[in-house]
Design a protein around this ligand. Sequence first.
Ligand SMILES: [Cu+2]
Length: 153
Amino acid sequence: MLARIPFRLSLACLALTGAAFVAAACGDDDDGGNSEDASFRITKKAPNDTVKVDMIEFKMMPDKPSVAAGPTKFIATNTSTTMVHELAVLRVKDDGTFENTGEVEDVAIGKSGEIVLDLPAGKYVLACLLVPGEAGSTVDHFKEGMKIDFEVK
Ligand SMILES: [Cu+2]
């Protein structure tokens, strides 16, 4: 499941078809400088717990503040009537930066998506990472406050 960056880059490449600088342009990471998406902790193990997360501008609303370590299913529901949202499960590393453990990407208005992640104990942030130009967005959802602390014990 390394789909996110290659997929978006391939779209960008298609858009640039015919341009002489395609190769160089498509080598860049357009994901805000966090290149750790390849470390996604997606698992096929049966989940021990489920977290339902309602998403609306610009709030993340999980139905519980924490889970035990191990495989956890996240069901992300977009309750907005106006825009797409997504759920990224970010682990806060010792140096304060984030590891993106996995995402439910681009959930349409009124729709849900889910993912199962095998999570070690630690501090997490549930966040929407849509930025201007993605999924029709005109704002940076994270900067608008679309994030909440979460814990894996
Ligand atoms: Cu959002």
